[in-house]
Every structure is written in structure tokens, then in C-alpha cells.
Design a binder for this molecule. Structure first.
Ligand SMILES: C[S@@+](CC[C@H](N)C(=O)[O-])C[C@H]1O[C@@H](n2cnc3c(N)ncnc32)[C@H](O)[C@@H]1O
Length: 430
């Protein structure tokens, strides 16, 4: 987006444009990133995240007072209504002002004729009405509610609660740059409150803040990384001479962790996406001595040079169902078919990568999903197709064992839902 338009347009105008893109499939994080230099980025973030987090209840309250179904309206008009409802429900702005801002934004977007419709609906909006439908009460689509209840009958209430909460901000301290105690001292000097976590080199900020305002941002002293997402790398346990493959590496969060924690190992990081500015890597850390980023489709082996890897991390593409508090757009934009398609791709990737793993080597399979279909069920199918796999036990400070791996369930103010399994390749005697 050109900087001119960033300056020209109101937060409601920009937020409506962003949300329209999100409802058409662009991840919220990416759509918002296009405006990261806007002076209104904090307000834009609040408007977009709060609207997506409470999409289902806002949608129901609006539908109850609208003569026309919301989903039949022009997408930007629908987004403006959701944004208006969000501000009436969750901001301290006086209601007439909130409505006026949205109506003005509608005119600027070129939806002048919708202005009176938006005005009429928002003036009837009643924020005190408790929504009755499950989707609105849990802020989730019905298929996700059913699946979570089925997969986790004893934990579903906490998963539902967590999915609406704001995600915490956890930092992984780059121990190759600074030791944890020195970094914590820097935070204390800057009067930034934080809490220790179950992991030695990870701390959670009491209040999330812009990473550029944290001490050591320029020096690369930390990476913003969810606590549970730090666990798969911790079970790789390579020997110093081992070659590591970080498979499905973009945007490079775990690649950086591997390079930091195992500085003596050679690491190939592959993804189907080319390396680009949204990769979470410092300018000078890509293609450093021990870490090389490459592009390749890992469902094939055409990218492979023929030298087997001793350790593989397959951080597979997935539904992201363990990260709903961090990525509230997922619940609105994904469907059940996406989950089955993800499971199919995960199985394909596992099969292909098993060919490039050395005998006695270890592959760690991980997803940020809580759905069993993408986790234990993929492993079950994989085991049925291979005779040379030993499933190794995992024991970690957070989470619980599953049939073949380890699962963390999302926990408010703490961490996301993640699954991982540790598979060793054994020699088959002929
Ligand atoms: C969960 S993300 C990986 C996150 C990454 N490991 C990190 O920690 O930053 C899954 C990645 O799989 C990649 N991917 C999907 N299909 C792929 C394929 N056939 N070959 C290689 N990468 C693929 C996607 O581009 C996406 O970046």
C-alpha cells in the first residue's frame, strides 16, 4: 500500500479493506503487515483482531437486527458493519461517534448508498443482548466446536475460553548472542515486566509490546516465539557432526532456533516459498555459516543432493487450530475440507522426507494443530505403510503424551496448541 494512502485514510476505512481481504482468504497477519508503517497501526490492530476474535457474536447480533442477511451484502459493507459493532461492543468511543466514523468510511470507500443502511442497523445495535447460538457463545464455527468436543471431551471448555483470549508474547532468548540472566537484567533495567516459563531460555512479557521497543532488538538478542513452538526443536537432540534438515521452514522461526541452539551443526532449511522479506530472520542471519535457506517442493525428492540427513524437523503445514488466540482469522476462513487436505499433504511430506533420513536418524513431525486427524492419525497411517519406524518417547515440562507423540493444548496467557512425534529410522535386516 502506498504511503500516501496510509496517511489519507481513516482507521475504519483501512480496517474494512483489511478485513475484506481476510474474509477472502488472506491471513490477517499478512494483510495487517502491509500497513505496519501506518501511524494508526495500534488502532488498526485492535480493530481487526477484536473483530475477528468476536466475529461470530458480532455477526449474530447484527443478523438479528438486519433485514438483509449479512453474508449476502457487499463484502466491504459487511466488514464496516462488523467493525461498527466491534466498536459499539468493545471500545469506549461514544456510540454516535463510532457509528459516524463507520458511515464516513463507507462513503470514502465509495459505498455512499450503503451509508444509511449501516447507520440504521448500527443505531439498532444492542450490546447488552447475550447471543444464544453456540457459534456466538464460543466464538467458533460449529464444525470446530463439534470437533474440539469430540477430540477433547474433558478439555473443550478451556480450549474454547483460550481461543478468545489474547495471545501472550513470549521471547526465546538467543543464547548464542546473550545468556538468559543478562537478557533478563536488560529487561529489568528497562522496567519491562516478564515471567519465567517452564523453559530456561524463554520468558513471557506481562504486557505484549512492539518488538522494536525491546532491548536487544537490533542486536538479535531474542526472537518472538510461542513457548510450545519452541519444544519440537528441543527433541531433535543432534550430535555435533549431524546434518539437520529443517523441512517446511518459512518464515524461519524454528530455523533460527536450531541455528542458535545447535551452532555447530550444518542446517539446510527448505520451503516451497522463496525466501522473502516476511521471513522471520535478521538480515544477516539468513545463509549464515551453519544455516542455508533453499527453495524446494518437499513432497518430492528432486531437490535432494543424495546425502542423507541425521535429523529432520518437519514442521508441517496444518490447520493452525492450536493457534486460534494468535490467529483468530483461522476460525473464520478455514473449513473441514482444509483439515482433510492438510492431513493428506502432511502424509505426503512424511513419506517423501523419510527417504532422505539416514538409518538411525530421527525425524520430528510437528504441527500447530490440536486436531487428531492431523496428528496421531497421520502417524498411524504412516506407521501402517512403513516397517522401519520406531516411535520414541517424549517427556517435556508442558503438555501430555498421546498415542504416538506429545500434545500441548492451548493455555491462556501461556502457550499455543502443538503436536510432535519423534520417529527413528531403524535398519531393516533383509
Ligand atoms: C507451519 S509453516 C512452517 C513454520 C516454520 N517452521 C517456522 O517455524 O517458522 C508450514 C510451511 O510449510 C510450507 N510448505 C507447504 N507445502 C510445502 C511443500 N510441498 N514443500 C515445502 N514446503 C511446504 C509452507 O510454505 C509453510 O511455510
Amino acid at each position: 500500500m502506498a504511503s500516501n494512502s496510509i496517511r489519507r485514510h481513516s482507521p475504519n476505512f483501512l480496517a474494512a479493506k483489511i478485513l475484506a481481504k481476510v474474509l477472502q482468504g488472506q491471513p490477517l497477519e499478512d494483510a495487517l503487515y502491509e500497513h505496519h508503517e501506518s501511524k494508526d497501526i495500534a488502532l488498526l490492530t485492535f480493530l481487526c483482531y477484536t473483530t475477528m476474535r468476536h466475529y461470530y457474536s458480532l455477526h449474530q447480533r447484527l443478523s438479528d437486527i438486519s433485514h438483509r442477511p449479512l453474508d449476502h451484502m457487499d463484502i466491504e459493507v459487511k466488514c464496516l458493519l462488523l467493525l461498527g459493532a466491534c466498536q459499539l461492543q468493545y471500545s469506549t468511543l461514544p456510540a454516535p461517534l463510532a457509528v459516524a466514523h463507520v458511515v464516513t468510511a463507507a462513503k470514502k470507500i465509495g459505498k455512499t448508498s450503503a451509508g444509511s443502511l449501516i447507520n440504521a442497523i448500527l443505531r439498532r445495535y444492542d450490546s447488552t443482548i447475550e447471543p444464544s447460538m453456540d457459534e456466538a457463545r464460543y466464538e467458533l464455527p460449529q464444525w470446530m466446536i463439534d470437533r474440539i468436543k469430540f477430540d477433547y471431551p474433558n478439555d473443550s471448555d478451556e480450549i474454547f475460553r483460550t481461543s478468545i483470549a489474547r495471545a501472550p508474547m513470549t521471547l526465546r532468548i538467543n543464547i548464542s548472542e546473550i545468556c538468559s540472566s543478562d537478557y533478563c537484567a536488560l529487561l529489568q533495567e528497562s522496567k519491562i515486566s516478564f515471567e519465567q516459563t517452564a523453559l530456561d531460555h524463554a520468558i513471557t512479557l506481562v504486557k505484549p509490546m512492539s518488538r522494536s521497543k525491546l532491548p536487544g532488538h537490533e542486536e538479535g538478542y531474542f526472537c518472538v516465539q510461542d513457548l510450545a513452538s519452541q519444544l519440537p526443536v528441543s527433541v531433535l537432540e543432534p550430535q555435533p557432526e549431524h546434518r539437520i534438515l529443517d523441512a517446511c521452514a518459512a518464515p524461519g522461526v524454528k530455523s533460527r532456533q536450531i541455528a542458535d541452539v545447535f551452532p555447530n551443526n550444518y542446517v539446510d532449511a527448505y520451503d516451497i516459498k522463496p525466501q522473502c522479506s516476511t521471513w522471520n530472520i535478521a538480515k544477516d542471519s539468513g545463509n549464515s555459516q551453519n544455516l542455508v535457506f533453499k527453495q524446494g517442493d518437499l513432497t518430492t525428492t528432486s531437490w535432494w543432493d543424495g546425502s542423507p540427513y541425521d535429523r529432520i524437523l518437519l514442521d508441517a503445514p496444518c490447520s493452525g487450530s492450536g493457534t486460534l488466540s494468535r490467529h483468530p482469522d483461522i476460525k473464520v476462513t478455514r473449513n473441514e475440507v482444509d483439515v482433510s487436505e492438510a492431513a493428506e499433504l502432511q502424509f505426503k511430506l512424511l513419506n517423501s522426507l523419510w527417504n532422505v533420513l539416514a538409518v538411525d536418524g530421527i525425524l520430528v513431525y510437528s504441527t500447530c494443530s490440536i486436531f487428531i486427524e492431523e496428528n496421531d492419525r497421520v502417524i498411524t497411517r504412516f506407521l501402517e505403510n512403513h516397517q522401519d519406524i520406531v516411535v520414541e518417547p517424549i517427556e517435556l515440562p508442558i503438555g501430555r503424551p498421546t498415542a504416538f507423540g506429545w500434545q500441548t493444548l492451548p493455555k491462556a496467557q501461556a502457550y499455543d496448541g502443538f503436536f510432535f512425534a519423534r520417529l527413528r529410522k531403524q535398519k531393516i535386516s533383509s
